[in-house]
Design a protein around this ligand. Structure first.
Ligand code: AGP
Length: 613
């Protein structure tokens, strides 16, 4: 949830850390701080509010040095304030820490430390960490050992970076559980630490990722990684191909708008290297899927949160329709506590843009404990959900910065479509002819998305007329029912308008009582097998005075005669129609929120990666 950046090397750490935090601001942003070792003493600058306040603070009271750490915070314990902002320093003024996660046993630790005379200066759980380290240091241990002993006392999930003025040649970084990643980047005579790739990508593409219960001693010349039990490990070094510029807004007002428009590119990228259009075949080598394994799968449980779960709901229809494997979609925060019926023939497939969502990772653990095979579809290279899985598919969309997920929603739907074809072929239920047709349809997708984006002006016009709405009902059926849920979530999370979604067939069982002139209805009615049913849904809403916006296939005069507004989409093979139907809904939500002057990329109360329960 929070952002962490650390540096050790010959350059001034301050600008490197502040720029790095800027690229992580989407992860959590109610306070921020930086600590740098300057002339042998630790200097700290920190404040509540956005990162820009910290930058001003540092401009007015500069600090510089060659060793430093910084942090952007999304508060869990203690309100957003300067005293609760990280970094936190202990009583000796020689040790400083930044932390991501929650110390679940912090009350008992705080009581013990207080009983020993420690005077706490903040309301945070994090502060117990630095006092525990100082307690061990006072016994004559090294910073590495003091940190190791401290981490063993903490319950919960953590990402921690520490340094001491007494050992100015190193940073200590550690990861326990799933509280966001710890990434270590290799420079020339300098090293970087961060909670996420974009923070350090402009400096290096060579990175390693700590696994849970691993601790790294980072010096200018490199890194030593050990388990918390002191066993030496050598994490795989990744070369991150992302383009640093890609993490910038370019000519767009918001990352979200840029990322909506990137979907032609990102969908092309998620297909890249995986589709042989001449042969009509799919290859997903990182899945490690064999025909025997494909045949052994009795059912698939797709588990995810939020937008990723909506992609999973589309995936259910795709896999059941193409590969004829039973699929259940289980919301991760429910699955992890549901005592699920899972065995060695169950495949648990997690979907996660960040690959660090605590509920999703916990659901994966639950599946693993019960004998399931684990796959994941992830965007963040090296993320936990990628590394713990038996096989994975990378979304390959590049960094998604906007909190509201867009390109990391359409990419996994295409990945699930490819997975369904591969499974169907390996299980012998997909004829070569059908397979070649399905693969050929994939080639159309980027251009079809481009045609939806070309209609942004029409959608913005409708958003301008409707920017003061206070409610919205989204209706869809079949493979496009999840798109109703996704459209409603997009509007909710960035415009704060109450929006809800229903399977359209459910309307007559109660929700239609909501429909009147003040309850706009958005009906998703492209040419798919549920088209006629959706037409009658629109008629029912109109009969009750409803104001209907329809997502409809270009040239559909029936819908045009019925609806008050139409978001046109091109004719699309129905199995791929969700990838197209969602585009106008992303743009609609974006423009309503933008017209309402809201912080589209950093909506209130939200963070990009929910690494706590
Ligand atoms: C989507 O717009 C939201 N930001 C949120 O629902 C998100 O999809 C969810 O938290 C899951 O995140 P993940 O894909 O990184 O696991």
């Amino acid at each position: 949830m929070c952002g962490i950046v650390g540096y050790i090397g010959d350059q001034n750490a301050t600008p490197i850390i502040l720029n790095g935090l800027k690229r992580l601001e989407y992860r959590g942003y109610d306070s921020a701080g930086i600590a740098v070792l300057q002339d042998g003493a630790i200097q700290i600058r920190r404040d509540a509010g956005k990162l820009s306040k910290l930058t001003t603070l540092v401009e007015n009271s500069p600090i510089e040095g060659h060793l430093g750490i910084g942090h952007t915070r999304w508060a869990t314990h203690g309100e957003p304030s300067a005293r609760n902002a990280h970094p936190h320093m202990g009583d000796t003024n020689q040790v400083v820490v930044v932390h991501n996660g929650i110390v679940e046993n912090f009350l008992e630790l705080r009581e013990d430390l207080t009983a020993e005379g420690v005077k706490f200066k903040s309301d945070t759980d994090t502060e117990v960490i630095v006092h525990l380290i100082e307690r061990f240091l006072s016994g004559g241990t090294s910073l590495e050992e003091a940190t190791r002993h401290t981490l063993k006392q903490l319950r919960g999930a953590h990402g921690v970076v520490v340094f001491s003025s007494n050992e100015p040649d190193k940073l200590i970084a550690a990861r326990i559980g799933n509280a966001g990643g710890v990434v270590i980047g290799f420079g020339e005579g300098e090293m970087y630490v961060a909670s996420d790739i974009p923070a350090i990508l402009e400096h290096t593409r060579r990175m390693i990722f700590l696994d849970s219960h691993q601790m790294a001693v980072v010096t200018r010349d490199g890194v030593q990684v050990k388990t918390l039990d002191g066993q030496k490990v050598t994490p795989q070094e990744h070369n991150i191909g992302w383009d640093p510029v890609a993490a910038e807004k370019g000519e767009y007002r918001h990352f979200m708008q840029k990322e909506i428009h990137e979907q032609v590119r990102s969908l092309t990228d998620t297909l890249a290297g995986r589709v042989d259009f001449d042969e009509g075949t799919i290859r997903l080598p990182e899945l490690n899927l064999t025909p025997d394994m494909a045949k052994s799968i009795s059912r698939i449980v797709i588990t995810a949160c939020g937008t990723a779960a909506h992609a999973g709901m589309v995936g259910k229809v795709l896999i059941e329709s193409i590969a004829r494997v039973p699929v259940e979609v289980a919301i991760a925060s429910e699955f992890r506590y549901s005592d699920p019926i899972v065995d060695q023939n169950t495949l648990v497939l997690a979907i996660s843009q960040s690959g660090e969502t605590a509920d999703t990772l916990a659901a994966m653990d639950e599946g693993r404990k019960r004998g399931a095979k684990l796959w994941s579809i992830v965007n963040a290279i090296g993320s936990q959900a990628m590394r713990v899985a038996d096989g994975y598919i990378s979304m390959q969309t590049g960094p998604e910065i906007g909190v509201a997920s867009t390109k990391a929603f359409t990419a996994p739907m295409v990945d699930l479509y490819m997975l369904a074809i591969l499974l169907g072929e390996m299980r012998g239920v997909l004829s070569p002819e059908k397979r070649r047709k399905l693969v050929a349809d994939l080639r159309l997708v980027p251009a079809l998305v481009g045609r939806c984006l070309d209609r942004e002006g029409e959608i913005e016009q409708v958003a301008r007329e409707m920017k003061y709405i206070r409610n919205m009902l989204y209706l869809g059926r079949g493979i496009n029912m999840p798109i109703a849920y996704e459209g409603a979530l997009k509007l909710k999370e960035i415009s704060y308008i109450h929006a809800e979604a229903y399977p359209a067939g459910e309307m007559k069982h109660g929700p239609i009582a909501l429909v009147d002139r003040d309850m706009p209805v958005l009906a998703i009615v492209p040419h798919d097998p549920w088209y006629e049913k959706m037409i009658s849904q629109i008629e029912q809403a109109k009969a009750r005075g409803g104001n209907v916006i329809a997502v409809a296939t270009e040239g559909d005069t029936r819908v045009e005669a019925l609806a008050d507004h139409v978001f046109w989409v091109p004719e699309t093979p129905w199995l791929l129609s969700p990838v197209i139907s969602v585009i106008p809904l992303q743009l609609f939500a974006y423009h309503i929120a933008s017209l309402r002057g809201l912080d589209v990329d950093q909506p209130r109360n939200l963070a990009k990666s929910v690494t706590v329960e």
